[in-house]
Write a protein that binds this ligand. Sequence first.
Ligand code: FES
Length: 122
Amino acid sequence: MESHSQVVVGDVSDLADGQMMSCVAGATNVLICRVKGSLYAIEDRCSHADVVLSTGLLQGHIVTCPRHGARFDVRDGSHAGPPAHTGVKSFDISNIGTGIAVTLRKTERPDDFPEGGHLRTR
Ligand code: FES
């Protein structure tokens, strides 16, 4: 049975459409993006090398890595362009309470979210 754990990472109410921000949830850096009003969360680390995607470019649903230009779909973390060969992890995200906070549910590694998280802007 798959284990889930929700982590409140903070307030994303000021995250405008087309913008992204990085947060730390336990031991994982998570990239939160708002596209056409919807929030998406993927791992904030390129699968090609250890580079954060949050300093890259978000165009539509595609984020481009700032180092060598690999592209990923923020809807599911899937690979959308070389030189990376694989996608990145994606996470469920939802508004809670009044909608000013988000919760991430781990969908894979059980040790990713041992504690709470926080947001940081790039
Ligand atoms: S580190 Fe991201 S494309 Fe190379």
